[in-house]
Design a protein around this ligand. Structure first.
Ligand code: APR
Length: 253
């Protein structure tokens, strides 16, 4: 597959001081996590994500929203990183500055060994209090859905950014800075339509970075990206890392 890669891209990667990566649901597709817009199957098929992933939906029907997240939590808990996740963890070990910005809430990048992961949309394995947004680590076993905050009795919700909510400051500032200062920016497995994450590749382009898109489908970014690979990331990324820097540690796959 290495003939796929222009030598100028491989050279740019080897010389890069700083790499920023934005991932979306597509990077986890080969782990068996349905992409966000494909995720509504079975029991949940009749609901749109926009009708479940909002504070209004939670207030209207907390039990239903809690059950939807339990269903997604149970699915995420059983899946494993795929070669795309591992290749990004390997890339981080080869570059002096590396920032992995993800819209995913599944924790698979960390499970694959990535270290500098900025979660823009939260994490399904963390919880917080609906009233004051403070983290809730644990609560007494209960049949109640959702359970109540042990501090104030408010409802517990997943620590996820819902539609209409702002992104967490720390990850967003880190993502912004990485996009504006990187030499190479990867946009991987994202439909590049949900803002503000979708603005990051444009920032990188304007700052002069080489922008690489990996996605089997076209997106609004495709026409502007410097290099486009219309392939599944789990197939392409290990080959790209190998072509640029040498073999990926196969014991980690
Ligand atoms: N490799 C790479 N890309 C893939 C693969 C794959 N194997 N399979 C699918 N894709 C691509 C699809 O072509 C699509 O463009 O992944 C993208 C997934 O798009 P979305 O489901 O829209 O996911 P994402 O871009 O992460 O959505 C952004 O929107 O709904 C909100 O908060 C939610 O974080 C989510 C955000």
């Amino acid at each position: 597959m290495s003939q796929l890669f222009p030598s100028a891209l491989l050279e740019t990667l080897r010389k890069a001081r700083s790499i920023a990566v934005l991932t979306g649901a597509g990077i986890s597709a080969e782990s068996g996590v349905p992409t966000f817009r494909d995720a509504q199957t079975g029991l949940w098929a009749k609901f749109k994500p926009e009708e479940l992933a909002t504070a209004e939906a939670f207030l209207r029907n907390p039990k239903m929203v809690w059950e939807w997240y339990r269903y997604r939590f149970d699915m995420v808990r059983t899946v494993q990183p795929n070669p795309g996740h591992y290749a990004l963890a390997e890339m981080e070990r080869r570059v002096s500055e590396f920032t992995l910005v993800t819209q995913n809430i599944d924790g698979l990048h960390q499970k694959a060994g990535s270290r500098n992961v900025q979660e823009l949309h939260g994490n399904i394995q963390r919880y917080k209090c609906f009233e004051d947004n403070q983290a809730v680590e644990s609560w007494a076993p209960t049949e109640e859905m959702p359970p109540k905050c042990p501090r104030c009795g408010g409802m517990i919700r997943p620590d996820i950014v819902w539609f209409g909510e702002s992104l967490p400051d720390g990850p967003y500032v880190a993502a912004h800075m990485a996009s504006e200062t990187c030499d190479v920016f990867f946009s991987i497995g994202t439909s590049a339509v949900v803002f503000p994450a979708a603005a990051l590749p444009g920032m990188a382009l304007r700052a002069g970075a080489v922008v690489v898109e990996i996605n089997p489908e076209r997106t609004p970014l495709t026409a502007q990206a410097t290099y486009v690979f219309q392939m599944p990331s789990g197939q392409l990324l290990p080959e790209l890392v190998k072509a640029a820097w040498g073999a990926v540690d196969s014991s980690k796959q």
